[in-house]
Ligand binder design. Structure first.
Ligand code: NIG
Ligand code: FE
Length: 392
């Protein structure tokens, strides 16, 4: 067993209300923390730190829990900058470009996909993300969905089968045939490699009835439900997510009162993806109403080449604060504890004794700089599962 003391922490955000100032962020000052192997073994005042094998003085910087990015589509090939430029010149986002990425992804080798995913995952770690969820959904054949999930599984245990992303072109005249495939052979082949099942329930993607069918089949196969809903237009996504006890419904750009009431009365997290609203020039979701109603909110990047080619959680925090009326404290909580709730994970998203040692040192004296210093290289260094990564 190896122990390391991280000391001279000017401001420590624990997300444990029993710690420090008693706020939901549990902020302590002049703190220290001991990592033992993969976990946090001790937290307390720097002056009372126990002896350890190694010691890191971080010079009064702020420390926060590693970010939990609970929604990404990281395994893909190609890019769609021309589509982005067209949107910025007035085109609307419809999800119609997904097939462009499907074609590029099907044509890419496993090695090319793995190298590209590793590059994006490294970008994420450099901006403080220590847990990622990764969806399939750019293969849309049995063999391609399988290889996307196998590659995703090399990067995270939080893998999601999303054969119901869109109906691929070859099934354009046979939607039911595609749904039979997704709920049949594709699900049977992919479910051993996934923890979650997700459906794009929206205009231009899957209807309420189709969504229910896919979620029910996924649950029957042992997967846990989560959902894309209410991104492009108001629709039934939130209600279906609550009906199925989904861990999370993601996007939530277009909500009405009954959606907010349903979420508030449920355990379903509302995962907001400001990178997608930014990159599709859509309205931002009403985070304030969700929080005031008592809904658990998460922030994630939705990293994908179409609607949100964003790897940075700090950018999402800055957008949430500036554009979605979240306070810096609420936004940080949503990107850490909120993401953990959206993945139904208890040992991450907070820093307390026994939690995984996912620790981010900021190049700042307070976490507020995550929103106050947008686009600055704000992460000084990080530990993921107790393993340190070099300063960026
Ligand atoms: O979450 N909305 C559905 N899927 C992705 C976008 C996929 C794409 O445009 O390639 C999203 O925004
Ligand atoms: Fe998405």
């Amino acid at each position: 067993m190896t122990s390391t003391l991280i000391t001279n922490i000017g401001e420590l955000v624990t997300n444990d209300p029993a710690m420090g100032d008693g706020s939901f962020l549990g902020v302590a000052h002049d703190a220290a923390l001991v990592i033992e192997d993969e976990h946090v073994a001790w937290i307390g005042p720097a002056s009372k730190a126990p002896p350890t094998d190694a010691r890191e003085d971080i010079g009064g910087r702020a420390v926060v829990p590693g970010f939990v990015d609970s929604h990404t589509h990281l395994v893909f090939a190609g890019e769609r900058s021309a589509e982005f430029a067209a949107r910025m010149a007035g085109e609307r986002y419809t999800g119609g470009g997904i097939m462009t990425t499907v074609t590029a992804t099907r044509a890419a080798s496993d090695t090319a996909l793995r190298v590209h995913t590793a590059h994006l995952a490294a970008e994420m770690l450099a901006s403080g993300t220590t847990t990622i969820e990764i969806k399939s959904g750019y293969g849309l054949t049995v063999a391609d969905e399988l290889r996307l999930l196998r590659i995703a599984g090399e990067f995270t245990p939080e893998t999601t089968f999303m054969g119901a992303h869109v109906v691929p072109l070859e099934f354009a005249n046979d939607r039911d045939g595609y749904l039979d495939l997704v709920c049949g052979e594709m699900l049977a082949t992919c479910s051993p490699y996934a923890r979650w099942i997700d459906v794009f329930c929206d205009t231009g993607a899957f209807s309420a009835e189709e969504t229910r069918r896919v979620l029910a089949a996924g649950i029957e196969a042992g997967l846990l439900p989560r959902l894309h809903g209410n991104q492009i237009q108001h629709g039934p996504g939130v209600q279906i997510a609550v009906e199925f006890g989904a861990a999370s419904v993601d996007h939530c750009t277009h909500l009405d009162d009954s959606d907010i009431e349903a979420l508030a009365a449920s355990d379903t997290v509302a995962t907001l993806l400001p990178g997608a609203d930014f990159s599709t020039r859509s309205p931002y979701p009403d985070a304030r109403r969700l929080l005031d109603a008592g809904v658990t909110v998460a922030l994630a990047t939705d990293c994908n080449p179409g609607s949100s080619f964003v790897t940075s959680i700090p950018l999402c925090i800055a957008l949430a604060v500036r554009e979605m009326q979240m306070t810096p404290a609420e936004a940080l909580h949503a990107a850490t504890a909120g993401g953990a709730a959206a993945l139904r994970r208890e040992g991450i998203g907070h820093l307390s004794v026994g939690a995984r040692a996912d620790i981010v040192v900021l190049e700042a004296t307070t976490f507020v700089h995550l929103a106050y210093r947008p686009a600055a290289p704000i992460v000084a260094r990080a530990w993921r599962g107790g393993a340190t990564s070099p300063p960026q």
